[in-house]
Design a binder for this molecule. Structure first.
Ligand SMILES: [Zn+2]
Length: 175
């Protein structure tokens, strides 16, 4: 018995495991955020960029394909914002704001959240002059506070019957 014990003690010293990888890690849930390097969660376009939230990826159980989809959508959004930076025509900006909203819906879907307009951070688009603090305070909210002079969200004073008609239609989407 004593001999056996000595042998064990001897063995411990001269056998340093040459391959530390051999040791299996029996962890039940593989955490995506640990597998995926942070750098691969970055989406950049020109002077804008975002980093996908690794905790959210984990809690929403987003697959690797899902991550790629999210990055694609974020890139589209950054490119759209860059386009808005350079756009002067209000009518074009209105269309772009709609595109932005559409991307927000697609992002919600890709994250596995219900598609809801009240979670959109619509006032964060370039050129928007809507009261950002008020909207932020109300967030998440379906009601939007739009500045009359916002080139992106306000359609301005109705000048014609057509404008009035347009405003009527538009108010269904933007309250
Ligand atoms: Zn605005």
């Amino acid at each position: 018995m004593k001999k056996h014990g000595t042998k064990d003690a001897e063995e411990v010293i001269p056998t340093p495991d040459p391959e530390p990888m051999v040791e299996p890690e029996p962890k039940p849930e593989p955490k995506i955020s640990r597998r995926i390097p942070a750098a691969s969660l970055v989406v950049e376009y020109k002077d804008r960029g975002i980093v996908l939230n690794p905790n959210l990826i984990e809690s929403q159980n987003v697959s690797e394909e899902g991550i790629e989809k999210l990055k694609e959508l974020h890139l589209e959004r950054l490119m759209l914002m860059d386009e808005m930076d350079h756009e002067k025509k209000s009518t074009r900006l209105h269309v772009m704001a709609e595109e932005y909203e559409h991307l927000e819906f697609r992002l919600q879907k890709a994250w596995g959240f219900p598609e809801s307009r009240k979670y959109h951070r619509w006032w964060e688009v370039p050129k928007c002059t809507c009261p950002n603090m008020d909207n932020k305070d109300n967030y998440p909210c379906d009601y939007r506070i739009i500045a009359g002079n916002c080139p992106v969200h306000s359609i301005g004073k109705p000048k014609s019957k057509f404008r009035l008609f347009l405003q009527k239609i538009y108010s269904k989407f933007v309250k």
